[in-house]
Design a protein around this ligand. Structure first.
Ligand SMILES: Cc1cc2nc3c(=O)[nH]c(=O)nc-3n(C[C@H](O)[C@H](O)[C@H](O)COP(=O)(O)OP(=O)(O)OC[C@H]3O[C@@H](n4cnc5c(N)ncnc54)[C@H](O)[C@@H]3O)c2cc1C
Length: 415
């Protein structure tokens, strides 16, 4: 494979650059894709992928779907690391980095690098006061999903804290498994941090349709074995509690490194995904980047970002120019029998155009800025999403009146 790859004439092959040792920290989607993208671009130097988890690198989205329900055993990436010439070091946590020395620290000794790629992802926010309380779960890792499987199988009363993406997907799986489910949300609607009120409001009905109780404006006072107590005194029986209240970049280990972190503790990368330290890149959930397209810095905690970003990192490492990361962000969610997709990025000031009735099974929402499409949310409308994504990429101006007609293909609104 490396012969074939090194023969493709990309920058980096046949130069001193290929003697460099690239070390990738974090063996999730972004780390794995960085290793793959380096080889695809003909990088012939050593590549080491270090991951804290003991498992073969795996994909996370199935953890709240097929893996949770036992419909899939696992979600390991189908990649032959040996054939790719990538050295895997699993079950090894990196505890620090000294950029001036080009060295990482671990419990079993230092690891030198020529180029470092940080892809340590994010870690779920814990519910204060619940550490060590039996029956309280997070859902981020394969181990978490495996701990939750028997909870579903035993059909416990489940309380989900947080009506975000993970909360909705877990509630869906728990209902499918026949559990009684109550979702507790502090805000007045689901997905309050992600979508505007008018768009998220119809989604509240999905919980009831699926037989899950959604309690908004509800704050957890404390959790005790077997129950969640709300601050209005309500006691919710809970054989298990699943906390889905967000995730933060896993960057605590960089605290003394001098590498610049942002307000969310994320690594502040430039448009080539380089960090403030020389020869150090950051990609995936752990970092943010300046979006030329949207004129602001974005921190994206979705799968597609962990797929696309590594291509820019690899291009930068092998010296391809320009290696600029400026994606149209994309994600999907499968909840309550619906396929929800979103592409782009919108702000409150953008014009909202509805396509179809949100009480129905399939509808979408578009956001226009200066007449051009900047974002689309599609529920059961993959064609709208696919067409919208291309129009966003191209910056095409749309006719808002034509766009509002769901009977017409979205792309036919192009001016
Ligand atoms: C349950 C679940 C369902 C999801 N579903 C969807 C979905 O449907 N659609 C969608 O778009 N996105 C979804 N996502 C989000 C998507 O999976 C993430 O955006 C993606 O996994 C990010 O990849 P990453 O490689 O940046 O980070 P991660 O996947 O978090 O990988 C980072 C890895 O780095 C390791 N690590 C951390 N610190 C260290 C250290 N100091 N030393 C060594 N290793 C370290 C971690 O153990 C981890 O394995 C889901 C996420 C979860 C948790």
């Amino acid at each position: 494979m490396s012969e074939q790859l090194s023969g493709n004439g990309t920058a980096g092959s046949g130069t001193a650059a290929e003697q460099r040792h690239v070390v990738v920290v974090g063996a999730g989607m972004a780390g794995v894709q960085t290793a793959v993208a380096l080889r695809e671009r003909g990088f012939a130097g050593a590549v080491t992928l270090i991951g804290a988890e003991p498992h073969q690198p795996y994909d996370r989205p199935p953890l709240s779907k097929a893996v949770l329900l036992g419909k899939a055993e696992g979600s390991a990436f189908d990649i032959d690391f040996e054939a790719l010439g990538v050295t895997l070091q699993l079950g090894r946590e990196v505890t620090g980095v000294r950029p001036a020395d080009h060295e990482l620290d671990t419990a079993t000794g230092p690891v030198p690098y020529d180029v470092l790629v940080v892809a340590t992802g994010a870690e779920p926010t814990r519910l204060p006061g619940t550490d060590g309380v039996p029956g309280v779960h997070l859902l981020r890792t394969l181990d978490d999903a495996e701990r939750l499987r028997p909870v579903l199988a035993e059909q416990h009363d489940v309380v989900v804290v947080g009506a975000g993406w993970i909360g909705a997907e877990f509630a869906t799986a728990a209902r499918d498994a026949g559990c009684r489910v109550t979702v507790v949300e502090a805000a007045e609607r689901p997905l309050a941090g992600a979508l505007p009120a008018a768009v998220a409001a119809p989604m509240a009905a999905w919980y009831a349709d699926a037989g899950a109780a959604l309690r908004t404006h509800a704050r957890v006072a404390h959790v005790e074995p077997g129950a969640v107590v709300l601050d209005d005194g309500t006691r919710l029986p809970a054989g298990a509690v699943v906390v889905g209240i967000g995730a933060r970049p896993a960057t605590a280990w960089l605290a003394d490194s001098g590498i610049a972190l942002g307000e969310h503790r994320e690594i502040v990368a430039d448009e080539g995904l380089r960090t403030s330290a020389p020869d150090v890149y950051a990609v995936g959930d752990c970092s943010s980047f300046p979006s030329r397209r949207y004129g602001r810095r974005l921190m994206v905690h979705h799968w597609d970002n962990a797929l696309q970003g590594p291509r820019t990192v690899a291009a930068g490492i092998v010296g391809e120019t320009p290696a600029v990361y400026d994606p149209v962000p994309y994600f999907w969610s499968e909840q309550f029998g619906r396929f929800v997709q979103y592409a782009g990025h919108h702000e409150a000031a953008d014009t909202t155009v509805w396509r179809g009735d949100p009480a129905g099974a399939a509808w979408s929402v578009c956001w226009l800025r200066d007449g051009a499409l900047v974002a689309v949310l599609a529920v059961g409308k993959p064609r709208d999403l696919a067409q919208g994504r291309k129009l966003i990429e191209a910056g095409t101006a749309l006719d808002a009146e034509l766009l509002a007609d769901p009977a017409r293909p979205l792309k036919s609104a192009a001016r």
